[in-house]
Every structure is written in C-alpha cells, then in structure tokens.
Design a protein. Sequence first.
Length: 465
Amino acid sequence: MCIDTPPDQMNSNVDYSPPRTMGFTRVLIANRGEIALRIIRSLRTLGIEAAIIYGREDRSSLPVRMSDLAIPVYRDDPLLSYLDVEAVVSAAKEIDADAVHPGYGFLAENPLLARRLKEEGITFIGPSADVLELLGDKIQARSAMVAAGLPVAGGSDHPIHDAAEASLIAEDIGYPVIIKAAAGGGGIGMQVVNSRDEFDSAFRLCSSRARSAFGDDRIFVEKYIQNAQHIEFQVLGDGKDAVHFGERFCSIQRRHQKILEEGPWLNSKDRSEMGRKVVEGAKSVGYSGLATFEFLRDSDGEFYFLEVNPRVQVEHTVTEVLTGFDLVSLGIRVAAGESLPLTQEDIVLRGHAIQARINAERPGDFTPAPGRLWECILPSGPGLRVDSHACSGYTMPRDFDSLLAKIIAHGRDRGEAISRLDAALRETVLDGVETLIPLHRKILKEPDFINRDITISYLDDHNFG
C-alpha cells in the first residue's frame, strides 16, 4: 500500500540489490538520446552488456560512446534509422542479443517488432504483441478497461469512418466532445468540438491526421472532460500479478505533450482506490513490464480512463525518486522471466518530486530550436537528479524529439521541491540553443501553480509571454 509518510528505514523484506544471475547477457537498445543512456545505466547495474543501434546523426552521441557495442543503421531519412523493424531484428541477431529494449517512442509500442523478435527467439522488453495490439487500439483498450472495472467517459464503442454517424453520437453524448484517432497516441489528431457547427471540419481534420500519422483513419468520439486534471499511475506487471507505484500529476502540457510532471498529488484514499483499479486492469490483460495508466479527473474528483502507455515513460524518473526503486531495471528483470520481486506493501512514497523537461524549443511558441551546444553545465546538489545525453559540443539534430534533459527535484514537501528545481534551473547553462527553462521558472513562481490550481488548459489560461 502506498503511503505518504517517510519510513524510518528501508523495508527489510525487500532485496534492493540487483540479482547476480540474470537471464540476459546482452541487450540491444533500439533508441537514442537520454532514454538510451538511462537504459545503459540499468543494464550496467544488472551486469548485462549494453548494445545500441544508431543513425548517422548520433554516431558521436553519449549513448553510442557509452555502450559496449554499437551497430550503425544509416538511412537517408534519420527517423528511419530507428523505425526499421527488420534492421533492429537483424542487428539483434548479428550481435547475438538476448533481448531488445525499445525505450519510448519509435518502435516501443510496435507489435510487429515484438512479434518478429519472438519469432527469432529474442525477448522484447515490454508486453506481448497481442497486448500491444489491444492497448494500441484506443477503442479496444476502453472496452477492456471497462470490463476490468475502470471508469471511462461516455463515447463510441466502435471505430467510425462516417462523419454523419459520428455527429449523431456526439449529439447523444452532448457537447463538448473530443474526436480521437483510434490507433493514435501523443495527442496527434485530437480535436475538441464545442458545437455541431464545428463537427464536420474537425472530423475531417482528425481523420486526415490519423491517416497520415498512423495509416489508420478510424476515429472515436468521447465526452470532453472540462477543467480536467491529467493524472497517471505507474504500474509493473509480470503477466500474472501487478503492483502500482502511485501517481504522477501531468497537467502542464503544450499540444497534449507534457512539459512538467510531479507527484504525489492525491490523498491516500483516492490513491488506494485508483491504484487497486489499475492493478486489476493490468492483471486482466496479462500485462508484463512497465506501463502507465492515464486518466482525466474532473472538477468533482471523478476519474475517467484515457489510455495505457505500454512502455517506460519519460517521467518515470519522478516515481523513481519518490519510491527509491529502479523502474527500468525492474522492467528488464520481469522481461528476463522473474516474478515480481516486491509487493504492494513494499512501495512507499517519500516526499515530493517535480520534473522539468528541458526541450530545445522557443518558449514563446514551442517551435523547435536545435543547434550546437557550445557550453553545457548541468546542475547538481541535494535532492537533484539530471537525466541527459547533452554535453558541450553536442549538436542537437533537427529530425528528432527536442528533449535535451530532464531535471528532477526531490524535497520533503512540494515547497522544498519547487525551490530546489528553481535553483537547479538557474544553475543550468545550455549555450547555443533556446530552451524552455525561462518558461519553467515563470511557472514555478506563478500563484495558481503554487496553489495547485492547475488543469490541462493551464498554459492556454496563463500568459507567460
């Protein structure tokens, strides 16, 4: 059971040391940037060799330099270096890797990769292809979670191609509604519709973007939760059993993408109740690995299921500093065939943690601002953690996600965490690119943020200029 009070000492029933005998000898990382470096560190802790694929733009990056083996996958389109399923499978076979870790993004939620690896006798570090397919279809995922007892917002229970049918469903639900891609993720294509007059154009736009992004133009319609907060639960399953590690608050977003996350946020009663439900949801689909169950919470405190992200999350760091557990290592151990090495009672939340995503973006309009880092000074000190692949001389490629670093502050309470994060941001130097640091510092001082008066429209509702 998760609780807020710090323990006097570590739980003596839990073995916090890594196992000396692992099922894997060598793992291939099919990713880049900060998450690739993060995975390398867990593999090293577990005594497993770390290999990595890389594109031309990343040949001198820190993850490539820090890996034990590095396999070039050069493509004219830089993104294709990390999106070619057969290239990943071939690289894993070439180096005799036991497993592939996809990180997040790229192929992390791709059932074809999971299936191809299984055919070759190589472990995919994540859920099975069947579970990925189920959770990747937002409509099927909704149905599965309803059956498991999770609350969902009213909406269509099947994929829709026809605008007239979708409009009738919207009228029945009642405006405002949100139109989503059935196969989508990351907020791509989402359209909030406030009235019938707006519906047809929003439907066409969502369908078009879904087709372009996912090769699948199916959509579904759902009641739009106004004045909502975005709250997610971290889960680990072994295919039979599951535990949760409490919640993270992720409401400060631009274009449905998070830029600041923190936790804990709920009271003990709500955490226990929702935690029990997400565990049942994970168990009901036979989930194995790390997952995040995402919810919207309305102004009355009611929760509505959004989706399951079947992979490690960017913001897993918040939960790691709150609980003291290495989530990435736990995911690897489960993939290697271990049963859950801990119980729900072993998981305790200590203090408060806040993470700022340091993206190479212009803080005024969030447009990418890649470039060369002439000087890179990252902060340190009590209660601080930095996950980053940035270093002096690093050139930020234009074709990839703009995330340069994650700065996480941990304190005895929220006030101390805020103060530590602000001090860390003041100390950070990333000369050569624009970043979101000025915006983060304004947010940390803004009264509504300090008073926890935050919804998913926070950035739209506040003029940070």
